[in-house]
Write a protein that binds this ligand. Structure first.
Ligand code: 3H9
Length: 701
């Protein structure tokens, strides 16, 4: 059995210490150990109370996720553990030493009282895995803190730090000194008081207050519709909260919760989301990068460029507490960039998500400079100027001459040749790509690009920096567009071809929106601005690519996108809702006619395949070439950088669920019909189909 629980008696109090490193999930040995420990303590007359705590950095990280979907696990079930705790006549205190998540918080909620270390976060993040708190959490938390607050915690899945958890009443005390000593004293206090033991199952004050208040649950329902569109688990969580609020019978509520939990467990969304959980962690494991590498110690950062990207990256450094210099040649640009950073922070402060003091501290870490040489003492420099290879080469030549020896030299290019940039320096081994996604202070993804000469230390240091900045980092090879942007080209191209073949932008956008992305390719193009590409093409004398013809036609009519209220759609002043516009549709019809493109009707499924399968085919090419290490890495990139719905698991996982043989058959058909290179079936895809395998099998080794 995996994991164990140590049992010791401290005077008259039994101390149960969970030991399942690194984060103490409730694996078989932990569940059995908790059951046996409580049983033993209850049977021992010399024991008057019980304290449960965790060794290592967590209290309990929740159920053991790796057991879901596996064969039935050994040991006591979590429900058996909670039942014996619930029936205890001796007080049980949770001494929450670190993270108490999911089943971990549910164990704590089954204790009579909870004392936490000041730094210990609590939370019910099951929703992020397509699950619901299935060990009483949906029934106990509303009874403890009310339906609305409980819904907030369960539907976002976000952690709550110990101080606000105390304020909300989730925990009863924060330890001021030694947690275990204070927890043992707490248990003794309860014994001495001889008061009846407090059990959340018996509390109904908050529930009674919520009963009949349909507005609370309606508000929760509306939130789900807005933020968790298409997700199964949130709706089940709402049903469980409803039951908690409207049913006196606690055990009936538990039964209801357990049924909904089983439904979530069986749902494909659960499998997809857990795939993403493990894929994000696997992405950190790079062959050849051992834990003992002497990483570059990063205490100071330098950034070239104070535009949107440079500013966002500077915020990432400041948020992580790392001082950072930001350079721009032009003092006005620099001042403008710093102002943008300031107003970004100010917005967060005004929303109550950051204190003014914290904002001031972060702003103080960002040091603007117009003097390039000032950057030289950075342990890392990130170049974040616009996409122009010559300019980037020029900057790296200068960086080579000013950066102190041993600095990490990174370019934030979104697709240019990292080797060409590294080659202008005398130290290409220290150079790699660090591709942040816009807005850099918000988006979780970081692509770390391995140049031909980047050393393991360079790469590992960039990955470690990514982790410190709170990013999900994925290593990509140095090919045009790396992983994400190389793939997205195929998606955009097909969308632009389909409008020439009779599918209107609104139809394509609707299909993509219904699939789960925040917006389709045309609403997105309008948001980014159509004129950027148009101007770039004009500067080089135009383009022969037929997929840009409509965009160019729209721009010729002064339709630049959201910025001037008309692009593929039209927009009412001050409103970002895309509305169909006959003038734009006419441009499409005209271009299609000029090109003589045959018109046809599309099913939603065909539209979806035309958009998503290029991602799959190009993703397979990247794997075949070694530019992506794992299918899971590609999924991680798409979910964290491109808004791909996590509940379908990323493009490669999605292809597996549709059956690679079916996917290949469609890709072959599209290739035959169009001859377009995007559809030339990847060798890897063919091989996998021949061998009856899928992408997941590649990652399994
Ligand atoms: C649940 O509880 C259901 C119940 O309501 C009902 C049951 C009936 N299981 O993230 P890290 C591994 S659902 C198994 O790098 P950090 C992780 O894969 C669960 N393994 O560390 C990694 O392995 P490796 C609800 C787990 O310090 C290693 O631990 N709970 C689990 O950055 C270190 O992880 C959650 O959803 C787990 N539960 O972050 C919590 N958790 O080294 C999920 C972690 O081989 N976990 N591992 O790559 C987390 O959010 C973070 O891992 C945590 C630590 C904050 C705990």
């Amino acid at each position: 059995m995996k994991g164990t629980v140590h049992y010791e008696v401290c005077g008259d109090i039994a101390l149960l210490s969970i030991d399942n490193p690194p984060v103490n999930p409730l694996s078989s040995g932990v569940r059995q150990g908790l059951f046996d420990g409580v049983d033993q303590a209850l049977a021992d007359d010399a024991v008057t109370g019980i304290v449960i705590t965790g060794l290592h950095r967590a209290f309990i990280a929740g159920a053991d996720i790796s057991e879901f979907g596996a064969a039935a696990s050994e040991g006591a079930s979590l429900h058996e553990v909670l039942r014996i705790m619930d029936k205890s006549v001796k007080p049980i205190i949770a001494a929450i030493n670190g993270t108490a998540f999911g089943g971990g918080l549910e164990v704590a909620l089954c204790c009579n009282y909870r004392i936490a270390a000041p730094t210990a976060p609590v939370g019910l993040p099951e929703v992020k895995l397509g699950l619901l708190p299935g060990a009483g959490g949906t029934q106990r938390l509303p009874r403890l803190i009310g339906a609305k607050a409980a819904a907030g915690i369960m539907l976002t899945g976000d952690p709550v730090a110990a101080p606000p958890a105390l304020q909300m009443g989730i925990i009863d005390r924060i330890a001021e000194g030694d947690l275990i000593e204070e927890a043992i004293d707490y248990a003794r206090e309860i014994v001495v008081s001889a008061n009846p033991l407090r059990r959340i199952r018996d509390m109904d004050e908050k529930i009674r207050a919520d009963r009949g208040d349909s507005a609370i649950l309606a508000e929760v329902g509306a939130q789900i519709e807005k933020n968790q569109r298409g997700r199964f688990a949130p709706v089940q969580i709402l049903k469980c909260i409803e039951t908690a609020v409207n049913t006196d019978d606690f055990d009936a509520g538990l039964d209801f919760e357990r049924e909904r939990f089983s439904e979530c467990l069986a749902d494909p969304q659960r499998e997809a989301l857990i795939h993403i959980f493990f894929a994000e962690r696997a992405a950190n494991k790079i062959p050849g990068l051992t834990k003992d590498l002497p990483l570059i110690e990063i205490n100071k950062g330098s950034i070239v460029g104070a535009g949107t990207m440079g500013g966002g990256i500077a915020m990432c450094f400041a948020n992580a507490g790392i001082p950072v210099k930001v350079h721009d040649n032009d003092a006005d640009n620099l001042a403008r960039g710093i102002k943008v950073i300031e107003s970004n922070y100010a917005r967060t402060v005004s929303r109550g998500r950051l204190s003014q003091a914290a904002m001031d501290e972060r702003m103080a870490l960002i040091i603007p400079t117009v003097n390039f040489d000032d950057l030289g003492d950075g342990d890392v420099v990130i170049e974040a100027v616009y996409e122009n290879l010559d300019l980037k080469k020029e900057i790296f030549k200068r960086l080579d001459s000013i950066m102190k020896p041993g600095s990490l030299l990174a370019t934030n290019t979104s697709g240019l040749d990292v080797d060409a940039i590294a080659a202008v320096t005398s130290r290409p081994a220290d150079v790699c790509g660090m591709h942040f996604f816009s807005p850099a202070n918000v988006m979780r993804l970081l692509e770390v690009i391995k140049g031909e000469k980047s050393t393991p230390v360079t790469l590992a240091s960039a990955m470690a920096l990514g982790k410190r900045l709170g990013k999900v980092s994925v290593v990509a090879g140095n090919c045009p567009g790396f992983i994400g942007n190389r793939m997205i080209g195929g998606y955009g191209r097909q969308a632009n071809l389909m409008i020439l073949e009779g599918a209107m932008p609104s139809r394509i956008d609707e299909v993509i929106y219904n699939f789960g992305l925040a917006m389709g390719p045309f609403a997105m193009a309008d948001m980014v601005g159509l004129d950027l590409g148009w101007r770039a093409r004009k500067m080089v004398g135009g383009s022969n690519d037929i997929t840009t013809r409509v965009t160019d036609g729209l721009c010729d009519l002064g339709r630049y996108g959201q910025k001037n209220g008309k692009g593929f759609y039209r927009y009412e002043p001050g409103d970002r809702t895309p509305l169909p516009d006959p003038e734009a549709d006419e441009v499409i019809r005209k271009v299609a006619e000029e090109l003589g493109r045959p018109q046809k009707s599309f099913s939603d499924d065909e539209i979806l395949k035309r958009c998503i399968y290029p991602l799959v085919n190009i993703g397979a090419m990247l794997l075949d070439e070694g530019h992506a290490l794992r299918a899971g890495d590609i999924d991680t990139v798409y979910v964290n950088g491109y808004g791909f719905p996590a509940h379908v698991g990323g493009p490669m996982w999605y292809a597996d669920t549709r059956g690679l043989d079916n996917v290949l058959a469609d890709i072959e058909r599209f290739y035959e019909e169009s001859g377009d290179d995007v559809w030339k079936p990847s060798n890897l895809l063919r091989k996998l189909v021949r061998e009856g395998r899928n992408f997941a099998s590649l990652d399994a080794g």
